[in-house]
Design a protein around this ligand. Structure first.
Ligand code: AMP
Length: 432
Protein backbone atom coordinates (compact mmCIF):
# COMPACT_ATOMS: atom_id res chain seq x y z
CA UNK A 1 0.00 0.00 0.00
CA UNK A 2 1.42 3.43 -0.87
CA UNK A 3 1.71 6.16 1.78
CA UNK A 4 -0.75 8.37 -0.10
CA UNK A 5 -3.56 5.84 0.51
CA UNK A 6 -3.38 6.53 4.26
CA UNK A 7 -4.95 9.99 4.11
CA UNK A 8 -1.92 11.97 5.26
CA UNK A 9 -1.38 15.70 4.70
CA UNK A 10 0.47 16.57 1.45
CA UNK A 11 3.35 18.25 3.29
CA UNK A 12 3.81 15.13 5.37
CA UNK A 13 3.81 12.96 2.25
CA UNK A 14 6.50 15.22 0.81
CA UNK A 15 8.65 14.73 3.93
CA UNK A 16 8.11 10.97 3.78
CA UNK A 17 9.34 10.97 0.17
CA UNK A 18 12.34 13.11 1.22
CA UNK A 19 13.13 10.48 3.88
CA UNK A 20 13.25 7.88 1.10
CA UNK A 21 10.44 5.70 2.44
CA UNK A 22 8.59 3.89 -0.30
CA UNK A 23 5.84 2.22 1.67
CA UNK A 24 4.51 2.30 5.22
CA UNK A 25 5.59 -0.37 7.70
CA UNK A 26 2.82 -2.59 9.19
CA UNK A 27 2.48 -0.50 12.36
CA UNK A 28 2.14 2.60 10.20
CA UNK A 29 -0.45 1.01 7.91
CA UNK A 30 -2.50 -0.08 10.91
CA UNK A 31 -2.08 2.92 13.22
CA UNK A 32 -2.14 5.96 10.94
CA UNK A 33 -5.80 5.70 9.77
CA UNK A 34 -6.97 5.07 13.36
CA UNK A 35 -5.07 8.09 14.67
CA UNK A 36 -6.35 10.27 11.82
CA UNK A 37 -9.89 9.13 12.68
CA UNK A 38 -9.39 10.43 16.23
CA UNK A 39 -9.15 7.15 18.18
CA UNK A 40 -7.07 6.57 21.28
CA UNK A 41 -4.52 3.90 20.44
CA UNK A 42 -2.42 1.23 22.11
CA UNK A 43 0.49 0.35 19.83
CA UNK A 44 2.31 -2.83 20.76
CA UNK A 45 5.50 -2.68 18.75
CA UNK A 46 9.20 -2.86 19.31
CA UNK A 47 11.67 -0.17 18.38
CA UNK A 48 12.76 -0.63 14.79
CA UNK A 49 9.25 -1.18 13.43
CA UNK A 50 8.73 2.45 12.41
CA UNK A 51 6.53 3.23 15.42
CA UNK A 52 7.83 6.80 15.84
CA UNK A 53 6.66 7.74 12.37
CA UNK A 54 3.41 5.84 13.05
CA UNK A 55 2.38 8.45 15.61
CA UNK A 56 4.39 11.47 14.38
CA UNK A 57 3.09 11.53 10.79
CA UNK A 58 -0.66 11.65 11.56
CA UNK A 59 -0.28 13.99 14.54
CA UNK A 60 1.79 16.50 12.57
CA UNK A 61 -0.71 16.31 9.73
CA UNK A 62 -3.64 16.99 12.05
CA UNK A 63 -1.75 19.81 13.72
CA UNK A 64 -1.01 21.39 10.35
CA UNK A 65 -4.73 21.26 9.57
CA UNK A 66 -5.62 22.95 12.87
CA UNK A 67 -3.08 25.72 12.36
CA UNK A 68 -4.22 26.15 8.74
CA UNK A 69 -7.78 26.59 10.03
CA UNK A 70 -6.58 29.54 12.12
CA UNK A 71 -6.61 27.91 15.58
CA UNK A 72 -4.78 29.79 18.34
CA UNK A 73 -1.15 28.60 18.75
CA UNK A 74 0.06 26.94 21.93
CA UNK A 75 1.17 23.50 23.13
CA UNK A 76 -1.11 21.03 21.34
CA UNK A 77 1.08 17.93 21.37
CA UNK A 78 2.88 16.40 24.34
CA UNK A 79 5.12 13.37 23.82
CA UNK A 80 6.52 11.73 26.97
CA UNK A 81 9.38 9.22 26.65
CA UNK A 82 11.62 7.48 29.21
CA UNK A 83 15.11 8.73 28.31
CA UNK A 84 16.85 11.79 26.97
CA UNK A 85 18.19 9.76 24.07
CA UNK A 86 14.70 8.74 23.06
CA UNK A 87 13.54 12.36 23.36
CA UNK A 88 16.38 13.36 21.02
CA UNK A 89 15.37 10.64 18.54
CA UNK A 90 11.73 11.71 18.57
CA UNK A 91 12.82 15.33 18.12
CA UNK A 92 14.85 14.28 15.09
CA UNK A 93 11.83 12.46 13.67
CA UNK A 94 9.48 15.41 14.28
CA UNK A 95 11.94 17.77 12.58
CA UNK A 96 12.33 15.45 9.59
CA UNK A 97 8.63 14.75 9.08
CA UNK A 98 7.55 18.33 9.89
CA UNK A 99 10.15 20.01 7.72
CA UNK A 100 7.57 21.41 5.26
CA UNK A 101 5.30 22.70 8.04
CA UNK A 102 5.60 25.88 10.12
CA UNK A 103 5.65 24.03 13.47
CA UNK A 104 7.61 24.85 16.62
CA UNK A 105 8.90 22.34 19.11
CA UNK A 106 10.59 22.27 22.51
CA UNK A 107 12.40 19.38 24.18
CA UNK A 108 12.53 19.00 27.95
CA UNK A 109 14.84 16.57 29.78
CA UNK A 110 17.08 16.44 32.80
CA UNK A 111 20.85 16.57 33.05
CA UNK A 112 21.23 19.91 31.28
CA UNK A 113 20.49 23.53 32.26
CA UNK A 114 16.77 24.29 32.49
CA UNK A 115 16.84 27.90 31.26
CA UNK A 116 16.85 27.24 27.50
CA UNK A 117 14.00 24.76 28.05
CA UNK A 118 11.99 27.28 30.05
CA UNK A 119 12.57 29.90 27.35
CA UNK A 120 11.45 27.38 24.69
CA UNK A 121 8.27 26.54 26.65
CA UNK A 122 7.45 30.25 26.88
CA UNK A 123 7.98 30.70 23.13
CA UNK A 124 4.52 29.46 22.20
CA UNK A 125 5.62 26.10 20.81
CA UNK A 126 3.19 23.61 19.27
CA UNK A 127 4.93 20.39 20.33
CA UNK A 128 6.74 19.39 23.53
CA UNK A 129 8.80 16.19 23.71
CA UNK A 130 9.90 15.41 27.25
CA UNK A 131 11.10 12.96 29.88
CA UNK A 132 8.71 12.75 32.86
CA UNK A 133 11.00 14.03 35.65
CA UNK A 134 12.07 17.40 34.27
CA UNK A 135 8.67 17.93 32.63
CA UNK A 136 6.85 17.52 35.94
CA UNK A 137 9.33 19.82 37.62
CA UNK A 138 8.76 22.61 35.06
CA UNK A 139 4.99 22.07 34.92
CA UNK A 140 4.89 22.23 38.73
CA UNK A 141 6.53 25.63 38.53
CA UNK A 142 3.95 26.70 35.94
CA UNK A 143 6.26 26.94 32.96
CA UNK A 144 4.38 26.30 29.74
CA UNK A 145 0.63 26.30 29.24
CA UNK A 146 -0.53 22.71 28.87
CA UNK A 147 -4.25 23.46 29.07
CA UNK A 148 -4.63 23.23 25.29
CA UNK A 149 -2.96 19.86 24.76
CA UNK A 150 -4.97 17.76 22.30
CA UNK A 151 -2.55 14.90 21.66
CA UNK A 152 -0.69 12.98 24.35
CA UNK A 153 1.80 10.28 23.38
CA UNK A 154 3.31 7.93 25.97
CA UNK A 155 6.20 6.28 24.16
CA UNK A 156 7.90 3.13 25.47
CA UNK A 157 5.36 3.12 28.29
CA UNK A 158 6.55 -0.28 29.54
CA UNK A 159 10.01 1.12 30.11
CA UNK A 160 8.62 4.22 31.84
CA UNK A 161 6.77 1.94 34.28
CA UNK A 162 9.94 -0.12 34.83
CA UNK A 163 11.80 3.06 35.64
CA UNK A 164 9.20 4.07 38.24
CA UNK A 165 7.75 7.01 36.33
CA UNK A 166 4.07 6.12 36.84
CA UNK A 167 3.45 8.61 39.71
CA UNK A 168 5.06 11.44 37.69
CA UNK A 169 3.06 10.53 34.60
CA UNK A 170 -0.17 10.51 36.65
CA UNK A 171 0.53 14.03 37.84
CA UNK A 172 1.43 15.23 34.35
CA UNK A 173 -1.75 13.76 32.84
CA UNK A 174 -3.90 15.35 35.59
CA UNK A 175 -2.79 18.75 34.34
CA UNK A 176 -3.96 18.03 30.77
CA UNK A 177 -7.46 18.47 29.33
CA UNK A 178 -9.66 15.39 29.68
CA UNK A 179 -10.75 15.81 26.08
CA UNK A 180 -7.66 14.77 24.17
CA UNK A 181 -6.37 11.92 22.02
CA UNK A 182 -3.99 9.62 23.89
CA UNK A 183 -1.62 7.23 22.14
CA UNK A 184 0.40 4.71 24.11
CA UNK A 185 3.27 2.61 22.74
CA UNK A 186 4.83 -0.34 24.48
CA UNK A 187 6.94 -3.35 23.48
CA UNK A 188 4.48 -5.67 25.22
CA UNK A 189 0.99 -5.62 26.70
CA UNK A 190 1.41 -6.45 30.38
CA UNK A 191 -1.20 -6.24 33.13
CA UNK A 192 0.42 -2.99 34.32
CA UNK A 193 0.17 -1.47 30.85
CA UNK A 194 -3.50 -2.47 30.63
CA UNK A 195 -4.10 -0.74 33.97
CA UNK A 196 -2.41 2.41 32.67
CA UNK A 197 -4.45 2.42 29.49
CA UNK A 198 -7.67 2.15 31.54
CA UNK A 199 -6.53 5.16 33.53
CA UNK A 200 -5.42 7.41 30.70
CA UNK A 201 -7.32 6.35 27.58
CA UNK A 202 -10.88 6.12 26.31
CA UNK A 203 -11.99 3.07 24.28
CA UNK A 204 -8.52 2.63 22.77
CA UNK A 205 -7.98 0.60 19.62
CA UNK A 206 -5.17 -1.92 19.87
CA UNK A 207 -2.61 -2.41 17.13
CA UNK A 208 -0.14 -5.22 17.71
CA UNK A 209 2.80 -5.87 15.42
CA UNK A 210 4.74 -9.07 15.69
CA UNK A 211 4.55 -11.67 18.40
CA UNK A 212 5.33 -10.53 21.88
CA UNK A 213 9.04 -10.20 22.54
CA UNK A 214 10.03 -11.84 19.29
CA UNK A 215 13.42 -10.46 18.30
CA UNK A 216 13.53 -8.76 14.96
CA UNK A 217 13.77 -11.46 12.34
CA UNK A 218 16.41 -9.69 10.34
CA UNK A 219 18.90 -10.24 13.15
CA UNK A 220 21.07 -13.36 13.02
CA UNK A 221 21.85 -14.48 16.56
CA UNK A 222 24.84 -16.37 17.91
CA UNK A 223 26.21 -17.39 21.25
CA UNK A 224 29.96 -17.57 21.92
CA UNK A 225 30.80 -19.60 24.97
CA UNK A 226 33.79 -18.09 26.70
CA UNK A 227 35.37 -17.91 30.12
CA UNK A 228 34.81 -14.59 31.82
CA UNK A 229 38.48 -13.61 31.84
CA UNK A 230 38.72 -14.06 28.04
CA UNK A 231 35.77 -11.86 27.10
CA UNK A 232 37.84 -8.74 26.33
CA UNK A 233 40.35 -10.66 24.19
CA UNK A 234 37.51 -12.35 22.33
CA UNK A 235 35.91 -8.97 21.66
CA UNK A 236 39.17 -7.63 20.22
CA UNK A 237 39.54 -10.82 18.18
CA UNK A 238 36.07 -10.34 16.67
CA UNK A 239 36.77 -6.66 16.01
CA UNK A 240 39.78 -7.67 13.90
CA UNK A 241 37.22 -8.66 11.27
CA UNK A 242 36.48 -5.53 9.19
CA UNK A 243 32.85 -6.69 8.80
CA UNK A 244 32.42 -5.49 12.39
CA UNK A 245 32.30 -1.90 11.21
CA UNK A 246 29.67 -0.36 13.51
CA UNK A 247 29.43 -2.29 16.73
CA UNK A 248 27.25 -1.69 19.75
CA UNK A 249 28.60 -3.49 22.83
CA UNK A 250 26.33 -4.03 25.82
CA UNK A 251 27.55 -4.37 29.39
CA UNK A 252 25.57 -4.59 32.62
CA UNK A 253 27.29 -1.97 34.75
CA UNK A 254 28.54 1.56 34.20
CA UNK A 255 32.03 0.80 35.44
CA UNK A 256 32.23 -2.17 33.08
CA UNK A 257 31.46 0.15 30.18
CA UNK A 258 34.44 2.34 31.04
CA UNK A 259 36.64 -0.68 31.61
CA UNK A 260 35.84 -2.31 28.27
CA UNK A 261 36.27 1.03 26.48
CA UNK A 262 39.67 1.55 28.10
CA UNK A 263 40.75 -1.93 27.03
CA UNK A 264 39.66 -1.36 23.43
CA UNK A 265 41.36 2.04 23.30
CA UNK A 266 44.49 0.35 24.66
CA UNK A 267 44.23 -1.99 21.64
CA UNK A 268 43.86 1.08 19.40
CA UNK A 269 40.19 0.52 18.61
CA UNK A 270 38.30 3.79 18.64
CA UNK A 271 35.52 3.52 21.21
CA UNK A 272 32.88 5.70 22.87
CA UNK A 273 30.70 4.95 25.89
CA UNK A 274 27.17 5.83 26.86
CA UNK A 275 25.87 5.30 30.40
CA UNK A 276 24.03 7.23 33.06
CA UNK A 277 27.13 8.67 34.73
CA UNK A 278 28.00 10.54 31.58
CA UNK A 279 26.69 14.06 31.03
CA UNK A 280 24.12 14.76 28.36
CA UNK A 281 26.77 16.52 26.27
CA UNK A 282 29.09 13.50 26.55
CA UNK A 283 26.32 11.12 25.53
CA UNK A 284 25.28 13.18 22.53
CA UNK A 285 28.92 13.45 21.51
CA UNK A 286 29.37 9.67 21.81
CA UNK A 287 26.29 9.06 19.65
CA UNK A 288 27.42 11.63 17.09
CA UNK A 289 30.90 10.07 16.82
CA UNK A 290 29.38 6.61 16.50
CA UNK A 291 26.90 7.72 13.83
CA UNK A 292 29.55 9.56 11.83
CA UNK A 293 31.96 6.61 11.98
CA UNK A 294 34.57 8.56 13.96
CA UNK A 295 34.43 5.69 16.47
CA UNK A 296 33.71 2.12 15.45
CA UNK A 297 32.50 0.82 18.79
CA UNK A 298 29.93 2.19 21.22
CA UNK A 299 29.83 0.55 24.66
CA UNK A 300 26.50 1.01 26.43
CA UNK A 301 24.46 -0.03 29.44
CA UNK A 302 20.84 -1.11 28.92
CA UNK A 303 19.05 1.97 30.17
CA UNK A 304 21.38 4.39 28.40
CA UNK A 305 20.90 2.52 25.14
CA UNK A 306 17.13 2.95 25.13
CA UNK A 307 16.14 5.06 22.20
CA UNK A 308 19.42 4.75 20.37
CA UNK A 309 18.28 4.96 16.77
CA UNK A 310 21.33 4.53 14.60
CA UNK A 311 21.03 3.14 11.12
CA UNK A 312 23.61 0.69 9.89
CA UNK A 313 24.74 -0.96 13.14
CA UNK A 314 26.56 -4.06 11.82
CA UNK A 315 26.74 -6.00 15.09
CA UNK A 316 25.40 -5.97 18.60
CA UNK A 317 27.69 -7.74 21.07
CA UNK A 318 26.27 -8.72 24.44
CA UNK A 319 29.58 -8.58 26.28
CA UNK A 320 27.66 -9.22 29.48
CA UNK A 321 24.66 -11.50 29.09
CA UNK A 322 21.48 -9.49 29.81
CA UNK A 323 19.86 -9.91 33.22
CA UNK A 324 16.35 -9.99 31.74
CA UNK A 325 15.20 -11.64 28.54
CA UNK A 326 13.30 -8.44 27.64
CA UNK A 327 16.59 -6.54 27.69
CA UNK A 328 18.02 -9.02 25.20
CA UNK A 329 15.17 -8.28 22.82
CA UNK A 330 15.69 -4.54 23.19
CA UNK A 331 19.44 -4.88 22.74
CA UNK A 332 19.34 -6.91 19.57
CA UNK A 333 16.58 -4.68 18.20
CA UNK A 334 19.32 -2.06 17.77
CA UNK A 335 20.68 -3.94 14.79
CA UNK A 336 18.60 -5.22 11.89
CA UNK A 337 16.62 -1.96 11.88
CA UNK A 338 14.20 -1.09 9.12
CA UNK A 339 16.63 -1.58 6.25
CA UNK A 340 19.59 -3.42 7.65
CA UNK A 341 20.48 -6.99 8.43
CA UNK A 342 22.63 -7.42 11.47
CA UNK A 343 24.28 -9.96 13.71
CA UNK A 344 23.74 -10.20 17.44
CA UNK A 345 26.44 -11.99 19.39
CA UNK A 346 26.21 -12.96 23.04
CA UNK A 347 29.15 -13.93 25.20
CA UNK A 348 28.03 -16.66 27.55
CA UNK A 349 30.09 -17.73 30.56
CA UNK A 350 29.32 -20.85 32.59
CA UNK A 351 27.48 -18.63 35.05
CA UNK A 352 25.13 -17.43 32.30
CA UNK A 353 23.84 -20.83 31.21
CA UNK A 354 20.65 -20.63 33.28
CA UNK A 355 19.86 -17.19 31.87
CA UNK A 356 20.56 -18.42 28.33
CA UNK A 357 18.13 -21.30 28.72
CA UNK A 358 15.50 -18.90 30.10
CA UNK A 359 16.06 -16.59 27.15
CA UNK A 360 15.69 -19.40 24.62
CA UNK A 361 12.37 -20.32 26.22
CA UNK A 362 11.30 -16.66 26.19
CA UNK A 363 12.01 -16.12 22.48
CA UNK A 364 10.78 -19.59 21.61
CA UNK A 365 13.87 -20.76 19.76
CA UNK A 366 17.41 -21.96 20.31
CA UNK A 367 20.37 -19.73 19.54
CA UNK A 368 23.29 -21.07 17.51
CA UNK A 369 26.47 -21.76 19.50
CA UNK A 370 29.56 -20.64 17.66
CA UNK A 371 33.27 -20.77 18.18
CA UNK A 372 35.53 -17.88 17.19
CA UNK A 373 37.82 -19.16 14.47
CA UNK A 374 41.49 -18.54 15.15
CA UNK A 375 40.89 -17.40 18.73
CA UNK A 376 43.18 -18.93 21.31
CA UNK A 377 40.80 -20.07 24.03
CA UNK A 378 43.80 -21.08 26.11
CA UNK A 379 45.39 -17.65 25.82
CA UNK A 380 47.57 -16.52 28.70
CA UNK A 381 46.63 -13.40 30.58
CA UNK A 382 48.26 -10.36 29.05
CA UNK A 383 49.96 -7.81 31.23
CA UNK A 384 48.08 -4.53 31.35
CA UNK A 385 44.77 -6.03 30.26
CA UNK A 386 41.62 -5.81 32.28
CA UNK A 387 41.75 -9.55 32.77
CA UNK A 388 44.60 -9.12 35.21
CA UNK A 389 41.97 -8.99 37.89
CA UNK A 390 40.49 -12.32 36.92
CA UNK A 391 42.05 -15.58 38.07
CA UNK A 392 43.02 -17.86 35.23
CA UNK A 393 41.82 -21.40 35.91
CA UNK A 394 42.84 -23.68 33.06
CA UNK A 395 41.39 -26.83 34.61
CA UNK A 396 37.94 -25.36 34.79
CA UNK A 397 38.26 -24.07 31.27
CA UNK A 398 39.05 -27.50 29.81
CA UNK A 399 36.04 -28.92 31.55
CA UNK A 400 33.89 -26.12 30.16
CA UNK A 401 35.06 -26.62 26.59
CA UNK A 402 34.54 -30.35 26.70
CA UNK A 403 30.90 -30.00 27.62
CA UNK A 404 29.56 -27.65 25.00
CA UNK A 405 29.02 -28.33 21.37
CA UNK A 406 29.88 -25.36 19.23
CA UNK A 407 28.19 -26.64 16.11
CA UNK A 408 25.06 -24.83 14.93
CA UNK A 409 21.84 -26.57 15.81
CA UNK A 410 19.92 -28.20 13.03
CA UNK A 411 18.04 -25.73 10.89
CA UNK A 412 19.81 -22.80 12.44
CA UNK A 413 23.09 -22.74 10.58
CA UNK A 414 24.92 -19.57 9.74
CA UNK A 415 23.60 -19.87 6.16
CA UNK A 416 20.88 -17.38 6.97
CA UNK A 417 23.49 -14.68 6.76
CA UNK A 418 23.96 -15.18 3.04
CA UNK A 419 22.90 -12.25 0.95
CA UNK A 420 20.39 -14.24 -1.10
CA UNK A 421 18.16 -14.59 1.95
CA UNK A 422 18.21 -10.98 2.97
CA UNK A 423 15.34 -9.92 0.75
CA UNK A 424 13.18 -12.76 1.93
CA UNK A 425 13.95 -12.16 5.60
CA UNK A 426 13.21 -8.46 5.23
CA UNK A 427 9.92 -9.14 3.46
CA UNK A 428 8.72 -11.69 5.94
CA UNK A 429 9.34 -9.27 8.74
CA UNK A 430 7.14 -6.60 7.23
CA UNK A 431 4.46 -9.06 6.17
CA UNK A 432 3.68 -10.18 9.69
P1 AMP B 1 11.41 3.37 15.00
O1 AMP B 1 10.74 2.04 15.18
O2 AMP B 1 10.47 4.51 15.06
O3 AMP B 1 12.57 3.50 15.94
O4 AMP B 1 12.01 3.40 13.51
C1 AMP B 1 13.05 2.58 13.07
C2 AMP B 1 13.70 3.06 11.79
O5 AMP B 1 12.84 2.84 10.67
C3 AMP B 1 14.07 4.52 11.75
O6 AMP B 1 15.42 4.63 11.36
C4 AMP B 1 13.15 5.13 10.71
O7 AMP B 1 13.80 6.18 10.04
C5 AMP B 1 12.87 3.97 9.79
N1 AMP B 1 11.54 4.01 9.15
C6 AMP B 1 10.38 4.43 9.67
N2 AMP B 1 9.35 4.29 8.79
C7 AMP B 1 9.89 3.73 7.68
C8 AMP B 1 9.34 3.33 6.41
N3 AMP B 1 8.05 3.46 6.13
N4 AMP B 1 10.18 2.80 5.50
C9 AMP B 1 11.48 2.66 5.80
N5 AMP B 1 12.09 3.02 6.96
C10 AMP B 1 11.29 3.55 7.90
Amino acid sequence: MPFRALGLDVNILKAVTDAGYTEPTPIQTAAIPLILAGHDLIGIAQTGTGKTAAFTLPILGKLAGMIGAGQKRGIRVLVVAPTRELVAQIEENVRAYGRHLPLRMATVFGGVGEHPQIAALRANVDIVVATPGRLLDLMGRRFGDFSGVQFLVLDEADRMLDMGFLPSIRRIVKALPVKRQTLLFSASLSREIEQVTREFQQSPKVVQIGRRANPAETVTQFVYEVQKHLKSSLLVHLLNDPKFNMVLVFVRMKHAADKVARYLEHKEIKTATIHSNRSQAQRLRALKDFKSGAVRVLVATDIAARGIDVDGISHVVNFDFPMHSEDYVHRIGRTGRAHAVGDAISFVTPADHGALRALERFIGRGIVRKRAEGFDYGVAIQAGSEEDEQKHRPGQQRHFQAHHSTKPKQGESAQGRHKGQVGHRFQSRWRR
